[in-house]
Design a protein around this ligand. Structure first.
Ligand code: ZN
Length: 308
């Protein structure tokens, strides 16, 4: 069994409207699902991805309105890397981010910056045969659009703790003592540990909650058995409606999820209208009137860009 790289990464925001303005308005991703936290239905769970909402391009946010900023520490993902097509794309993004008031740091084929709440992001020129997973923003030429995740960096005090799980159980391929790639039939990603800072992490706005790896549909249940057999405390298979999930904390402390590659975001709304309305799982539908009143209205930066 092979995992198909990163499925999605979920982080925390304290300000959903600002978050939409940044990920849709500035980075040009598509808001493919505007849902609610299934444990706390009066707060948002927002999903941004490519035009089709594909696994491999999906960054999601739980909103805790007004949450104070967190800090990445041991056992947390601290930087997310997206692919772009060329050095010219990095020129484009340097200008576009500067116009949005975002400071950037260019280093060869890489451009680093942070989102408005301090989550570290990077665009990297990558040669790959993986399909580019792109969204269509009216101001962003297709040649420069983000192309899906390339990988992620996490903090640990000792990468050797995680190596057996990554290699023997999850079939990641070792690149060095602290870096791995994971590749399936369709796509792959890298996963690297950096040495953790002394200060412990604090979960909060601008920090990553968990990282999910992609499993083909038929492998999802066997993955649970495999992870459990390796001694991990793994949850039962949870039906997230858009995909099935299992969760466990890997030995360095990063919360891992393995998510199935389907059925996907078009299961409850047509592809051309993804993310326009608040999507509620069926057992939350009776709360719609109340939930819609309590949630902060969100901007639609794509429509605004089209109108100018
Ligand atoms: Zn998840």
């Amino acid at each position: 069994m092979k995992l198909e790289g990163i499925h999605h990464i979920t982080a925390i925001t304290g300000d959903a409207p600002q978050n939409v303005r940044f990920y849709v308005g500035t980075l040009g991703l598509r808001l493919v699902k505007k849902s609610v936290n299934q444990d706390v239905p009066n707060i948002y769970h927002l999903f941004y991805a490519d035009e089709e909402g594909g696994a491999g391009s999906d960054i999601t946010f739980f909103e805790y309105p007004g949450a104070s900023k967190g800090r990445a520490g041991a056992g947390m993902v601290h930087r997310i890397v997206w692919r772009v097509g060329s050095e010219e794309s990095l020129d484009f993004w340097t200008t576009r981010l500067a116009e949005a008031g975002v400071a950037t740091e260019r280093d060869g084929g890489s451009l680093r910056f942070s989102d408005p709440e301090g989550l570290d992001l990077e665009l990297r020129v990558v040669e790959t045969t993986d399909e580019p997973l792109m969204a269509k923003h009216p101001e962003i030429p297709e040649a420069h659009a983000l192309q899906g995740f390339d990988g992620a960096y996490a903090y640990t005090d000792d990468p050797a703790k995680s190596a057996p799980l990554l290699e023997s159980t999850m079939n990641f391929e070792r690149e060095s003592d602290s870096s791995w790639t994971v590749r399936g039939e369709q796509r792959g990603s890298f996963f690297v540990y950096d040495e953790a800072p002394d200060a412990p992490g604090i979960e909060g706005a601008g920090t990553v909650h968990h990282i999910a790896w992609s499993s083909p549909m038929e492998d999802h249940s066997p993955w649970r058995d495999r992870v459990a057999a390796a001694g991990m405390h793994v949850t039962p298979v949870i039906d997230r409606f858009y995909f099935k999930s299992i969760y466990f904390r890997e030995p360095s402390g990063v919360l891992f999820e393995i998510a199935s590659m389907g059925p996907g975001f078009a299961v409850d709304e047509p592809l051309e209208h993804l993310g326009e309305k608040i999507a509620l799982p069926p057992n939350f539908e009776h709360l719609r009137d109340q939930v819609e009143k309590e949630l902060t209205p969100l901007p639609d930066p794509r429509a605004e860009a089209r109108a100018t």
